[in-house]
Design a protein around this ligand. Structure first.
Ligand code: AMP
Length: 503
């Protein structure tokens, strides 16, 4: 058997008739269907020109076919590049130009808008919509189900996932089949996953959490998933009676706590609630336990490394920590020179293991900056390890804002605001927000006599930035506070406006 993630998944299928994926719309795919449909789609992709090592970029809505598209791409030896559905054509221009995919898959409704962007990158465009329609779906339907999966080695690329960059440019994290296989096997074991599990899958599948953690682990276990197009607390609550696992970002749990129906009884058949992608407030953990009797299992990972640490399945799940390094993953706290620090001290979290990516796509300098020669990846997160071995993340070395589980880099938003007429400069900060964890907030300095018009700024930004990056509020100040080195003191702004969303 090769190390192709698909081969590893299919070799663990013991009951082809067992249910793999179901949707709200009534679709039900067995494991046999998943193999056949991904075979059809893989044949269609090869006919469209996809060769092993080629990238396939997809900006598609969540559907059974979008999961099949991921599987078909890796079966054909391609490199899957999922793109946030909120990205604007301007943003896509960068991703397609950088990754140079052989094929770009988009929603038919956006074809006219995106065709020129794809053309400029040299990609062939096909379409797929939320109800499994589109030119790619048609081509797959007419194709053979038999497909000999292309063997892949551990180091061969399986996916290219873009992260945001502090300098405004996103970086493509190159993930191998070995990365995906090792992490999925590790999590299956760590979280006691089995074929009896039913996952409520409400995460987007363009991000490592929904795509790799949720999808790979479920399929590798012969379990099933209820694929939901979006997060709907009432709907999820209703499904808990017949599901066993929920994976979510902290926002999911905050919103579910607003549901009066969230009780011990409503969650009695659930065995595991996983949270990650952003810090879960200790208060949320405590309230969840009070209401349901379940301790949320918080884990820590990132695009470049898959999952690094997890609270224990059997042992104590400690609120405010992300648990211990997963088996096979080395996690250490180091100073700027990479020297390991004493227990309890705060420093940069570095990780090494089979889960860690091989580098940034076509960015050897960035790779060298963040991936040490000894294999440790410098995560950019600051943290410490307590005397019991639990990892605590205390902050982010970079200025990342995590809003509703999505990463927003202030620099990128600031750059778009600063070019607007009448604006002198801006500072974008994350402020505490009950629902989103952090709310993107723009602090703007306008030219004298220029109108301070928050609505006008927001409406101009809407054309240029994905929705989740848009400031929730724009506030105006006369000057930005600066230190003697001329750096904007964002900490002072955060303090000054800390109650903006709680007032
Ligand atoms: P992404 O690459 O989008 O998955 O974002 C990764 C970043 O999310 C990490 O570097 C952390 O800063 C943050 N993150 C992920 N999980 C957690 C967690 N459980 N607690 C705090 N921060 C987290």
């Amino acid at each position: 058997m090769s190390n192709n993630i698909f081969d590893v998944i299919s070799s663990s299928i013991s009951v082809p008739n067992a249910l793999a994926i179901e949707t709200d719309g009534g679709a039900r795919l067995s494991y046999g269907d998943v193999v056949a449909l991904s075979g059809k789609m893989a044949n269609a992709l090869v006919r469209l020109g996809l060769k092993p090592g080629d990238r396939l970029a997809a900006q598609v809505e969540k559907s059974t076919d979008s999961v099949i598209l991921y599987l078909a791409t890796v079966r054909a030896g391609g490199v899957f590049l999922p793109l946030n559905t909120a990205y604007t054509p301007r943003e896509l221009e960068y991703f397609l130009g950088d990754a140079e995919p052989a094929i770009f898959v988009c929603d038919p409704a956006r074809l006219d808008l995106l065709q020129p962007v794809a053309k400029a990158s040299g990609a062939r465009v096909v379409t797929l919509d939320a109800s499994n329609g589109g030119t790619l779906a048609d081509a797959a339907r007419e194709s053979e189900a038999n497909f000999a999966t292309i063997p892949r080695e551990r180091d061969d690329l399986a996916a290219l996932l873009y992260t945001s960059g502090t300098t405004g440019r996103s970086k493509g994290a190159m993930l191998t089949h070995g990365n995906l296989v090792s992490n999925a096997l590790t999590l299956r074991h760590a979280w006691h996953y089995s074929s009896a599990d039913i996952l409520i899958h409400a995460l987007p599948i363009f991000h490592t959490h929904g795509l790799f953690v949720a999808t790979n682990v479920t399929l590798l276990s012969g379990a099933s998933m209820i694929l939901l197009a979006k997060f709907d607390p009432a709907r999820i609550l209703g499904l808990m009676a017949r599901a066993t696992v929920l994976m979510g970002v902290p926002t999911f749990y905050v919103r579910l706590l607003d549901e009066p129906g969230l009780t011990r009884q409503a969650t009695a058949s659930m065995r595991l609630f996983v949270s990650g992608s952003a810090p879960l407030l200790e208060e949320t953990h405590r309230r969840w336990q009070e209401r349901t009797g379940h301790a949320i299992l918080e884990r820590y990972g990132m695009t470049e490394t898959n999952m690094n640490a997890s609270n224990p399945y059997d042992g104590e799940r400690i609120a405010g920590t992300v648990g211990m390094p997963l088996p096979g993953v080395e996690l250490r706290i180091a100073d700027a020179d990479g020297n390991e620090m004493a227990a309890g001290e705060i420093g940069m979290i570095e990780v090494r293991g089979p889960n860690v990516f091989t580098g940034y796509w076509r960015m050897p300098e960035k790779t060298a900056e963040e991936l040490r020669l000894n294999g440790f990846f410098i995560t950019g997160d600051l943290g410490c390890i307590d005397e019991r071995g639990y990892v605590r993340i205390v902050g982010r070395g970079k200025d990342l804002i995590i809003s509703g589980g999505f990463n927003v880099y202030p620099k990128e938003v600031e750059a778009e605001i600063d070019v607007l007429e009448g604006v002198v400069e801006s500072a974008v900060i994350g402020l505490p927000h009950r629902d989103f964890g952090e709310a993107v907030t723009a602090v703007v300095v306008c030219e004298k006599n220029a109108p301070q018009d928050a609505a006008a700024i927001l409406s101009l930004l809407q054309e240029r930035l994905a929705r989740y990056k848009l400031p929730k509020q724009v506030v105006f100040v006369d000057d930005l506070p600066r230190n003697t080195m001329g750096k904007v003191q964002k900490n002072l702004l955060r303090d000054r406006f800390s109650r903006l969303y709680s007032e």
